[in-house]
Each structure stands twice: as structure tokens, then as C-alpha cells.
Write a protein that binds this ligand. Sequence first.
Ligand code: NAD
Length: 268
Amino acid sequence: MTRIAIVGVAGRMGRTLVNAIEQQAEATLAGGIVEPGSSLAGADIGELAGVGKRGIVAVDALQSIVDDFDVLIDFTAPQVTLGNLAFCAEHGKRIVIGTTGMSDDELAELDSFRDKVAMVFAPNMSVGVNLTLKLLQTAAKALGDEGYDIEVIEAHHRHKVDAPSGTAIKMGEVIAESLGRSLKEHGVFERVGQCGPRTDKEIGFATVRAGDIVGEHTVMFATEGERIEITHKASSRMTFAKGAVRAARWVAGKENGRYDMQDVLGLE
Ligand code: NAD
């Protein structure tokens, strides 16, 4: 039985994670952390998530539940996550990280922990998206150097704070890597005004933010005469939450290292 604590338990993903753990017989809800000073500290986390009283109250400091959990699941914000990663390394805990929007420096800091803690870090925990990454590798290898233009289009709800999505960037990285290109060099994240015609090797990104869209990604491979589109649509956050709980159970038995969902799902 894996004992799981959730950071950001009052957030959109945090509440969904409580529901996902409730549905998983091999995992148990061991604690929930809210922002320091939050008025929700002391609230029952089952009630917060709408599953009914569970007798576990939200705390605003990880230290106070350090003996209660084996794996931390963190879907919050970059600096919060990096602090929790250091805490887990120091206290021999494992961690599953879903937080997106990290800068290059923050990613380097995260990576510096790879020998000190067992972590699963993935911008998208859904099984479908991780399979889609595999399909993109195949498509990119077959089409990318044959005159097909590659564009990544993503849509999310109006509250999302980073763009393009971590998933869209990951898709771009997988495609670039399959083609021996660098996303830093060939990624085009903005087109406005007289920006000139498209170049052959660029990988373009477009972002939509509207309403309550949970997460949609389409990669377009377009040439004269045809267009292939590979699309994934998430209709509920439960897909990410179930993936994260699966990752938590998987990483509970792993040595220190940085893993992703491809490892968890055996898709490598
Ligand atoms: P949200 O704003 O609804 O939730 C974040 C929560 O973290 C908030 O409740 C906030 O109070 C809390 N928080 C902030 N600082 C904290 C601290 N120091 N200690 C404890 N809690 C703290 O956001 P969300 O929609 O749940 O998304 C959170 C993150 O997860 C984003 O980066 C988002 O892009 C990412 N995300 C990843 C996946 C994936 O599959 N990897 C899926 C969905 C969302």
C-alpha cells in the first residue's frame, strides 16, 4: 500500500487527485498540504475534494506530516515544487511532479536532484498523451524531412498561467529529437506582423486559452496535397490524476533517479 500526500490539495489537480486515490485500492490518502497561511489549513481534505469527511486535515507545512507518507504528488508551481523536491531528497521520500512552466534554470535545478531522490517528472500524466508521443516519433521520422510542415496547436482553460503548455513543448522536443533538430533553434513560438514566410525546418506553436477546456493538443504534418493531424483531447482532469497515482505507486519501489511517464508505462 503506497501512502500518498498531495501538495496543493485545494487546487484543481489537488482535489481531483484525492478522488483518484479514493478509487485506487493499492494507494491510500496520507495527507494534504495547502499554501502557507491558507484559510483552508485545518479543513478535512475529503470534504475539500467533495468525497466526504476522511478525518485527515490539510496542513500548511510538509514537516508536520513527514512520518505519514511515502510519496508526495506535487501539481503546484515551479518554486514550490523545487522546495518540496529538496525536502523529499532530505527525508528519503519519493515524489511525482506534474508542475509545468519551469524555466531552463529551474529545470536544471530539478535535474540536479536526479541522484538524490526518486522522482517522476512529466508535463502530462495521461496514458493517451504518452502514447501520442510515441506516435509523433514515428510520424516525425517518416515525414519531417520529406517536406511536411510541423505545427503544434494547443488549447486550455482560461486559468492556465504558462504557455505554450508543458505538453506542447514536450511534443515539440520529441519531434525535434526524432529529426536531429534542436527545439531551441527551430521552435517558433510567436508570429505577429510582417514575420515572413515559414521556413522548412521550423516547428511552430499556437496557443488557445478559453473557458473550461481541460487540455487539447493537435500536431499537424502538412504538405502540398495532404495533411495528417494527430490529436489528443482530455475531457477530465481525472486522466492526469489517475496517471499521477499510477506513477506514485510505481516510483515507490524505485532507486533514486529521474523518471518520466514513458518509464512508468513501459513505453521506452
Ligand atoms: P491550481 O492553481 O488550481 O492549483 C495549484 C494549487 O497549489 C493551489 O491550490 C495553490 O494554493 C497551491 N499552492 C501554491 N503554493 C503552495 C505551497 N507553497 N504549498 C502548498 N500548496 C501550494 O492549478 P492546477 O490547474 O491544479 O495546476 C497546477 C500545476 O499542474 C500547473 O503547473 C499545471 O500546468 C500542472 N498540470 C499538470 C498536468 C500533468 O499531467 N502533468 C495536468 C494538469 C495540470
